[in-house]
Ligand binder design. Structure first.
Ligand SMILES: [Zn+2]
Length: 420
């Protein structure tokens, strides 16, 4: 009898996405199985099949009864800024009382305030905050998470922040994808000298194996397309993979540049001209959409979904967790995507699993429930995938398995941040 460490059985509906990343998720092609089970050995899936068959075939250390519920791949959050100290809840109130972001910045608020608070925090504090956030994400079904730096400002310290991210990654069962982010230039001083210094940080991060991705915020108030190109080309030469914050506030040509450089993921796109969807499709890029960021920014513009769909650009979803958008769960993005972006429930689910994994260069190892892939699984408090977004506003993850280990069972955390 084959042995397994864990068998999740009695799954009413299992969405496997076995066909891989997709620009047009359809129920007939999503690899949906009924009455299924998943056998896991170590951190990998070894078999997916009928529940009755796997129950009689395997001896297992642990059995998890899904009681006829929906199971999907673990959620993949492809865009987060989780390493920061301090908070800005007073600015949230001020914004809603009519104070503009420009005024908030002039008062020393906004991103530069977070940078100040983050610089004042000790390395231990930052690591503790990051771990707390990663585990909260885990209990909400996030089994893979991209984590950006960006609140150090000093390029040398951004590299130190990557070290904190890799330390946290060793203390969670999640797969953490570290990204070096060029977030904003300093308010004063020589921009050219700053870019030069950042190029040095890119090389150092790549040399030390601390980052998998490089990301740049290309927009009004951040880096220009010319500056972004210099940084992206440096990162490409250094061997890092590339992603970009583009076309969030004002169209400066950033998504065009992203397509020209064939970036893995181009994120935000709230003000992208619809005709650029075709260039993104030709470049093979993923559109990273961030519905909770649109809410936090109280923004009226929406990414051109119709054009993105018609061009065949795969859509991925991220939480964009940051001090101005305190939604740690990509599950929340999945739940509101139908309302904010008009995604169908299956489009939203593919965007938060298989397509998000592809946007992180993980298409061949994660984001689907198939043999050989990472054993990341969520059993939902729902009967079928249409409930995701139909019902929302609470954590609907009932059981979470990350790299073969149960992290949440019956809605209760069984894995917690290590006491340090
Ligand atoms: Zn972001």
């Amino acid at each position: 009898m084959p042995r397994a460490d864990l068998v999740v059985y009695n799954i009413g509906e299992l969405v496997t996405f076995k066909g891989g990343p997709t620009a047009r998720p359809r129920p007939g092609e999503a690899g949906i199985l009924r009455g299924a089970a998943v056998a896991i050995r170590g951190s990998r899936v070894v078999e997916v099949g009928p529940s009755s068959l796997l129950r009689s075939r395997y001896t297992a250390l642990e059995w998890l009864d899904a009681e006829g519920r929906l199971a999907t791949p673990g959620l993949v959050d492809m865009h987060t800024h989780p390493l920061f100290a301090g908070s800005r809840e007073d600015e949230f109130e001020a914004k809603l009382s009519g104070v503009s972001y420009g005024e908030i910045l002039a008062r020393g608020g906004g991103i530069y305030r977070t940078i100040k608070a983050t610089r004042a925090a000790s390395r231990e504090e930052l690591l503790g905050l990051l771990l707390e956030r990663l585990y909260r994400m885990l209990w909400g079904g996030t089994t893979i998470v991209e984590a950006k730096t960006g609140y150090a400002l000093k390029p040398r310290v951004e590299v130190e922040h990557l070290r904190i991210i890799s330390e946290a990654a060793r203390l969670t069962p999640q797969l953490v994808v570290p990204t070096l982010l060029a977030h904003v230039p300093p308010r004063e001083g020589d921009r050219e000298a700053y870019i030069e210094e950042f190029r040095g940080a890119i090389r150092a991060a790549a040399r030390q194996g601390l980052a998998r991705y490089f990301d740049v915020f290309c927009d009004r108030g951040a880096f220009t397309p010319v500056e972004s190109r210099i940084l992206l080309e440096e990162a490409w030469r250094a061997g890092l993979r590339l992603r970009m914050h583009a076309d969030q506030l004002e169209y400066l040509g950033c998504s065009r540049l992203a397509a020209e450089l064939r970036l893995d993921s181009v994120d935000h796109l709230e003000v992208m001209p619809p005709e650029n969807a075709r260039v993104l499709a030709e470049a093979g890029s993923t559109a990273g959409l961030l519905p909770t960021s649109i809410m936090a920014m109280m923004q009226a513009e929406r990414p051109p979904i119709k054009a993105i769909r018609e061009a065949g650009v795969p859509i991925a979803l991220g939480s964009d967790y940051n001090p101005n958008n305190m939604t740690p769960l990509v599950q929340t993005a999945l739940q509101v995507a139908p309302y904010i972006l008009g995604l169908t429930p299956l489009e939203a689910l593919a965007a938060a699993t298989v397509n998000a994994a592809a946007s992180l260069g993980l298409a061949g190892i994660a984001g689907r429930v198939v043999p050989g892939f990472r054993a990341d699984l969520v059993v939902w408090d729902a009967e079928n995938y249409r409930w995701l977004g139909y019902e929302w506003g609470y954590n609907m993850a009932l059981h979470v398995v990350a790299a073969g280990r149960p992290a949440l069972v019956d809605g209760r955390p069984v894995l917690r941040p290590p006491q340090r």
